[in-house]
Design a binder for this molecule. Sequence first.
Ligand code: SF4
Length: 723
Amino acid sequence: MAPTPFFSDRGCHVRIYEQARVLTQMGQQVFICTYHLGKDVPGLDIYRSRNVPWYKKITAGPSLGKIYLDLLLARKSWQVIKNQKPELLHAFLHEGGLLGPWLKRWAKVPLVLDLQGSLTDEIKAHKFLGQNRLALKIFQLLENWAVRGADAVLTSSRVISDLLAKTELPPEKIFIISDGVDTNIFRPAADKAAVRKKLGLPLDKKIIVYLGLLTDYQGVDILLRAAAKLCQAEPSLFFLIMGYPDVDKYQKMALDLGLSSNVRFTGRVDYFKESPEYLAAGDLAVSAKISLSEANGKLLNYMAAGLPPVVFNTPVNREILGDDGTYAELGNERDFTDKIKQLLDNDEARRQLGQKLRRRAEEHFSLEAIGGKIMAVYQQVLSKKMSSKKITPFWRIFYSYRRRHLTPPYFPSRLWIEPTNHCNLACPVCLNKQLPVEQKGFMEMSTYRRIIDEAGGRARDIYLHHRGESLLHPELGEMIAYAKAKGLAVRLHTNATLLDEAHARILLDSGLDFISFSFDGYDRQTYEKIKAGAKYDQVLANIFNFLKMKKQLGREKPFTNLTVIEFETGGADARTKKINQKEFLTKFQEWTPDSIRTRRPHNWGGALESTGRPKVRTNGFMSCTFLWYSLTVLWEGTVLPCPQDFFGRLSLGNVNQTSLTELWNGPLAKILRQSMSGRPSELLEPCRHCDRLFRRQILGVPVEEIKNYLRDNIFGYKSPKRK
Ligand code: SF4
């Protein structure tokens, strides 16, 4: 939100423009809300408030008419927020500071303010309200309220940051993001003579340039008086003065000082098209701005153009130019004049300083450098919002999914964590056999604790299972207990082949919330064909024994579930299958699990070409829900967006190096979510061949998952009371 007639070729507008441009280049979507006045800039998405024909002022400074414009701007911003659903609000200037907190509350997104000074200090400095103490007090209270409502405040210099620290703004919320400059557009001329010729500037004179507003506040009168003295001693000097608004006033002053043949006033120059060329024609630059706190962005353009500037010795100027600036004593016109003369007299020193400053601009003030810093602040405020110890309600996730938010502002509600990818079976329909032995292992407890410490209080539950048999992990009981201590619900899926009494006891004592027994086949022949290596009777006995122990120990948890995936084995026909199923269910009359579910196999993101699976009924392409509610972590820490990507082709990063919070909204996660909004042909691999996207669904949830979805998120799991 830019409460100003953007774009108008001046300091704060350049800052807004440079930031918007680099963020757009970095793949962010930026919408600029601004006044009805100003130039449109190609490549930026600009929304203007309603036209107010009587308001034409585009220069800086306070005015009462702006109150009306700000209200219209708030209305426009509100409309844009409603339609575009941004993830973050970035408001500029003091008016942005006052409007931003209201919009933040309404939009429920973090607010970043970009302030270049204290509002109350500026009102005092400009004597806008005279010395009305009550009015100043009201503004001070308003300012305190505004900065307290921001999640971060950006300023362009340390001086301004120190000033803001005197308000009620906590120091950890203040970030110094200096102005940036496009070092590709602003650069030294390869052929200075050709540029001068093109612009009609003298070829044989030393040219001193000034680019900026023409006001006393910028020290233009000081500059002209210095020019007069210099030109008296050296009539061949030439001053090129670019800017507005008070051109007539300063032209007259130049005439009075006898500078008619030594000065050219260009008036307003186009920031993008003209100012880079004019600067490239110069030998030296100047800025006589005296303010101790206000930004001085023109110095960056000078530096990028390889022009060494002469300035007053102020903290703001020192912060920009460092040790390579040429500083005159603050407010001392004679010293200012002398410093210009010294630099003009020493061509080699000027050339070397110009080169050093150009390098400094590239290193510290290039758009790329600035963009990286802004993104880091954005990430911080967004992740702070995500790191609130709150489990996201399901409707919030659902809303984000329906709106296809690219960076959902919450922590995933479910994690699949793989204790191991070793398995004691060798099922023909499972891809585990294809994993090379060197890619197999057991999760270290340090990795596991790192995950749980981050997820505790933020995720709803974890599923301790992915590509292997979790009971093989020697510390499984500890893992469950650790997650429980951090407030997470824990779920487990097992083939139950190793579920002897000792394991059953560990699980029943661990606080486990949900256990699912994988039992794929109703009769012995089918089961042992699918679960190669498992013994039908033995596994059934393990399950019964677990259910019996649970009852004997009087445990309410875990909720027990038997899952049968109905693979087509080419054996039994439909009728025989029905009979087998009926017979199978009679076995559970004495020891009954809390639920029995039959499921269809999925194709592991297309990795399993032929499962002999039943045909998946489709009603069109839907976006993958996993991307909006879960992450999967492999045993060595690789983080995936979903548990269907068996071979880890969609690695988002590693939790041992990067937090889950960062990976959740990292670059690949965003690309994946974006791809779900396009056509199937735009999907990445393995999503492109994943059958999950073509299942029957209601409001985005696969029909067969709806019951589980509601149980997980609304009703919870409770074992029915049995005698
Ligand atoms: S569509 Fe992609 S992200 Fe979703 S489950 Fe399939 S492979 Fe995973």
